[in-house]
Design a protein around this ligand. Sequence first.
Ligand code: PMV
Length: 351
Amino acid sequence: ADNKVYRASTTAPVNIAVIKYWGKRDPKLNLPTNSSLSVTLSQSDLRTHTTASCSPSYPTSDSLLLNGSPQDVSGARTQACFRELRTLRQALEASKPSLPKLSTYPLKIVSENNFPTAAGLASSAAGFAALVRAIADLYELPATPTELSKIARQGSGSACRSLFGGYVGWDKGTAADGSDSVAYEVAPAAHWPAMRAVILVVSAAKKGVSSTTGMQTTVATSSLFPARANETVPRRMKEMETAVKAKDFETFARVTMKDSNSFHATCLDTEPPIFYLNDVSRAAIKVVEEVNKEAGKTVAAYTFDAGPNAVIYYLEESEKEVAGLFKAMLGEKEGWEGARGSKVEANKSAL
Ligand code: PMV
């Protein structure tokens, strides 16, 4: 019998949206109500490393180990990724009968994050992107990152953007089957190498309201939401793409902050209201306002996902005034670097 073990390894980076995905028009396929845009963080700082293997000698069920702990793979999201990738492999095996029938073998996935999984950072994006690419490599699928983004999207919406580096858009698409809801490259990381990000870990606790539940409630109850999804975000997507292409940091920063605030405003407008920001998050916003005021121009931009941690974008030339001042000002605040939080610097190197 064939007892060979087939194996492939890959890494995928964490991405942080500057135009937020918030709202699903199809919760099963993770089809969004609006397009979004993210910046991929440097792989040396935040990434998931995943090895996918399969063998006829493995125990019968698929398995996933994350940082050494076994994970449940029976959920619909993970199952959708496995199923789609197996279907593509089956098609390949049907067209080339000499290929080993990897699609019939149990899968073993082993993932490691190079950052604390419990730190409240967006780890599912890098996790599903790495899982999908590792299996696609194992199966030797001739799939482009855009094609793989359709599969990763079904694992976690934001994961589709982690198939690319640099500046990445996710087109919401219009098709009911999700065939045009894909990620695309706006610009590679090398286009704007001066971009930096610092992550302020305000709380390492798991988020209070999951993104899936939060999105569904916001879509159903917020009266601000339709304007955000249908008017505000489409306009900002264009402004943001233009700003990235022109390396116009002031516009990039202003739109980033406005979009984060718009997203959190729809959360507050949800019934019952969702609060992701806390007092420390609001203090971070004040520091950014202060830094920009002192500089006489916009040199720093904050953004917050479904939790209190701040991501601050700035340019290399502003390292001292932004990262430096942040440390000095927030270091004095009680609990900033202690029981309530610690500081992670995400991009010492180029993004
Ligand atoms: O991919 P999800 O379901 O974890 O949702 C991510 C939602 C935000 O992080 C708040 C925004 C985004 O675009 O990443």
